[in-house]
Design a protein. Sequence first.
Length: 258
Amino acid sequence: EGVGPQEYTLVKMKAIEPLPEKLQCFTGTPVFLVAATLRPETMYGQTNCWVRPEMKYIAFRVTKTQQQCGEIYVSTARAARNMAYQGFTEKDGVVDVLLELTGQEIMGMPLKAPMSEYEKIYTLPMLTIKEDKGTGIVTSVPSDSPDDFAALRDLRNKQPFREKYGIQDDMVLPFAPVPIIEIPEFGNLSAEKVCDMLKIQSQNDRDKLTEAKELVYLKGFYEGKMLVGEFKGLTVQEAKPLLKDVMLNANEAILYME
Ligand code: A2H
């Protein structure tokens, strides 16, 4: 990090109507929460989308290509500004802000996420989302991301935590992690395995989670094998660029640099 630009795949998670009160003025228009990921090959395993309750987001108009013209994206203002310098908006560097909102105002919102085994997933609270990275929207793959696994387990186990953010049981409890990648020694739910090995208690165990991420990622990249989808049997390293292209070509994702 810090050396040159990082490319992310922005996964377009489509709002399912009826929209939450705050977004109701956009009814009839395609609205997307855009999540920055480094792991496009894991999108089969999405179980939810993370937003940070007190963080500020904006909704803005996108005109990048004819296909995307008229779409509305939700992200942090910072990310929107970067996108405006990458040709996402009508005028270079100018963001057409339609609305300002907080994470809490779009909490518990239903979404259609590309490739996910689940038809409909929900926005849920993650308290460790950083303001200065990506879009402030994070897609959740608890099978392969220790951060996502720990945060989802916090919500699954703690009813008061769900209640605090207005999350209903049926937005969380049916969404078990989906096995999508097999890693030797870590099995097919590697995030859970490594969180258990390191005795990670919650999403706030930052140091241990950093260690867990490194363990899973290094081994997974070279030795992980896809268990599902059109590139089943390929390694993570092989499947990653292919699945990125599949989503880009289907207008389900878009490249973003920062
Ligand atoms: B990754 P890097 Cl399966 N705050 O996507 C905190 N985390 C954020 C974020 C933010 N503002 N924006 C993006 N991220 C997450 C998938 C995934 C990711 C898997 C495994 C590991 C993993 C599903 N979540 O990341 O600092 C996003 O989660 C491990 C680091 O730029 C994104 O990729 O390296 C990754 O962190 C980008 O973090």
